[in-house]
Structure formats: C-alpha cells, structure tokens
Design a protein around this ligand. Structure first.
Ligand SMILES: Cc1ncc(C[n+]2csc(CCOP(=O)(O)OP(=O)(O)O)c2C)c(N)n1
Ligand SMILES: [Mg+2]
Length: 353
C-alpha cells in the first residue's frame, strides 16, 4: 500500500484495525492469565510459575503470521502469549498449570510453563533449555522431505542461545535451507546472569551470518517491528529460501520464576525502569496516537479479558484431578519394569522447586 502521511504503520504492513486490536487483546489476555496464575501459585494451587510478562509484544507479533493447525511451534517456558496466539486457550493454560487430568498439554504430567498441545501443533518442551530448537528443525526437515507447506517456529532465551544444540540446530537448518524461524527473546538475563556474561560479542542476531541465514535484531517492545520481521521470515521460509533468526530485545518484568527474587541481583532503579518498557502500554499508546484505540474500545477489551480469565479459572479449577494409578501412563513407551503403582508424595516441609 502506498504511504501517505495519514497511513497508520500497521496498514503499511497489511494489517487492519481489527488485526491490531486483536493483537492488543491477545497481549492483554496473556498478561491477565499470567497474573492470575501468580495469584494461584501464591495461594498454593499451582506449584510453580515462570512468567511471560514483558515478552508479550514480541510473542504475539512473531506468532501472528503463523498458520494455526498448519504450521508448528516448539516453544519455551515463557511462551504463554505465543502459545495462546497459536491456538491455546486461557482455560488450556490454566488447566495445565493446575495439572488436571484432562489437561491438553500432558494430562497433568508436565511441569508448569511447559506449553504444548497436539491439537494445536505445539510440541511440549523438554526442561533442558535449547532442546526445543532441535525439535523445530526436525519438524521443518520432515516437512521439507514430505513436501508439506509447513513452517516451524521456535522460541528461546539469549542465555539458551549459547547451548550446543542451538548452534547445531541453526547450522543444520542453514545448510539444508529448512523452513524454520528461530526467535530469540533476549531479556538481558539468564536467571541472574547478565547478557555480557553469556553472549560473546553481545549479539545473537549477528550469528545468523555464520549459519547462512538473515539475523535481524528488533525492539521486542515494538509490536509492529516484530510482526514485520516474522512475516518476512515466514514468507521466506514458504518460498523455500530457508531459515531466519530474529532476536527480539524484550524485558523480563518479573523475577526469573516464582522461586527467584530478582532484587538480589538487579538494581532497584533498573527494576523500576522496566515499567516504562512494558510492551502493553507502549502498544496501547501507539494505537491511541493513530486513533485505532479509544477509551471505549480499551474498556470493552479489558472487560472481555477479565470475564474470560474468570470463567477460564473457574472451569479449570472444576476439572477432575488426575488418577494416581495412571501417573506412569503416557510417560514411557513401555510400562516401567517393577514400576507398580506410584506412591503419592508427601509435601516436604519448607521444600521448593
Ligand atoms: C541445559 C539446562 N541448563 C540449565 C537449566 C536451568 N535454567 C532454566 S532457565 C535458565 C535460564 C535461561 O536463560 P535464557 O535463555 O536467557 O531465558 P530466560 O529465562 O531469560 O527467558 C536456566 C539456566 C536448564 N533448564 N537446562
Ligand atoms: Mg534471558
């Protein structure tokens, strides 16, 4: 579309007002589910929480060009907004965190934050960081062999970018020009370890050149910039031109997890400043400046999201608990020799994860 002074930025990218309000709503919903689950964790209903707060702009925007139920996603533990943009519902997410019997991710067997769901083409992740990057490349390889029109996307942190399997995965994808999009969500920390102690040279995107693919750095709080990068990567993959690497500079608004306290290693002034970088008000301000978001629409969206999270929590909590006799099923291919019936664990006094 030809640019005029009044053309909103999103229209130049082929997005309608409805699209960008949908993106904004998806960010609000992911944040509201995340916040609700912190409350449930503090109330003792959820064992552990690892948050996507601060990553939502990059996640919604990079997942937006992906085609649900056709493309595939291999996420990481902060991918709440990516997983929801790609099809998971608020109820699915809360049900999984409550480890209920009919949880779509694992039937109550996975750790919280391990997003997944067969109906959504979202592969459940393994806890060792970086393993999901290999899974995405494998999916892309399978699609290429079968001649299927499939793009695989995977997300990971900048600390994880230094794991051996991430280098192997990107190199292999580059050599074979596989249809895969690597999204590195760089929040500047790997738990308590800052960027300059993990990433030699300071840039993950720059590594793309070494793997034979474009490496683009984007401001992860700039939703439309992230969308543009992902859309280009998706089209490139579909044209058979191979993989892309996107490094989205995001902020981690919470501690690493519910078992961490970032005040132990982050300056209070730095933590305070994070609020200004929150992608939700940033995107709202942009949409307001262009006249797409009004007070009335904002109020409606927030009311809808609140009702959706309340309903989802109620329905998830009412779901049945898993049956202890079935705990080993669908974990191993074969029954565990002598495995017998699992013994229920007693809570450990003062224990943590
Ligand atoms: C192979 C492996 N090593 C260590 C851990 C423990 N661990 C979990 S998350 C994490 C930090 C990863 O940081 P980053 O990749 O930057 O992601 P972020 O949590 O900042 O989003 C570590 C070290 C793990 N899960 N797997
Ligand atoms: Mg990090």
């Amino acid at each position: 579309m030809a640019r005029t002074d009044t053309t909103p930025r999103h229209a130049e990218l082929g997005l309608t007002d409805e699209d960008v309000l949908g993106m904004y709503r998806a960010m609000l919903l992911a944040r509201a589910v995340d916040e609700r689950m912190w409350l449930m964790q503090r109330a003792g209903k959820i064992a552990f929480i690892i948050s996507g707060q601060g990553h939502e702009g990059a996640q919604v925007a990079t997942a937006w060009p992906m085609r649900p139920k056709q493309d595939w996603m291999a996420p990481f533990y902060r991918s709440i907004a990516s997983a929801m943009t790609f099809g998971m519902t608020a109820e699915d997410i809360i049900t999984a965190h409550l480890a209920k019997a009919d949880d779509v991710s694992s039937g109550g067997r996975q750790m919280p934050g391990h997003y997944g769901g067969a109906p959504y083409n979202i592969v459940s992740l393994s806890s060792p960081v970086g393993t999901q990057v290999l899974h995405a490349v494998g999916i892309a390889m399978a699609a290429w062999v079968k001649g299927d029109d499939v793009v695989a996307m995977t997300q990971f942190g900048e600390g994880t970018a230094n794991q051996g399997e991430v280098h192997e995965a990107m190199n292999f994808a580059g050599v074979h020009r596989l249809p895969v999009i690597f999204v590195c969500e760089n929040n500047g920390y790997a738990i308590s370890v800052p960027l300059d102690r993990q990433v030699a040279g300071g840039s993950v995107a720059a590594r793309g050149a070494g793997y034979g693919m474009p490496g683009v750095e984007v401001d992860g709080g700039d939703v439309l910039a992230c969308y543009a990068a992902a859309k280009e990567a998706h089209e490139r993959a579909r044209r058979g031109e191979g993989p892309s690497l996107i490094e989205a500079k995001v902020v981690r608004l919470t501690s690493h997890s519910s078992d961490d306290d970032q005040r132990r290693y982050r300056d209070p002034a730095e933590v305070e400043q994070l609020k200004e970088l929150d992608p939700i008000p940033r995107f709202a301000n942009e949409l307001r400046a262009g006249g797409t978001l009004t007070d009335e629409v904002e109020e409606r969206l927030r009311a809808e999201v609140k009702a959706e999270v309340n309903d989802a929590s109620k329905r998830a909590e009412a779901r049945p608990e898993p049956n202890i006799e079935e705990a080993h099923e669908r974990v191993y291919a074969e029954p565990i020799p002598g495995g017998g019936t699992p013994v229920p664990l007693e809570p450990i006094e003062g224990g943590t994860h």
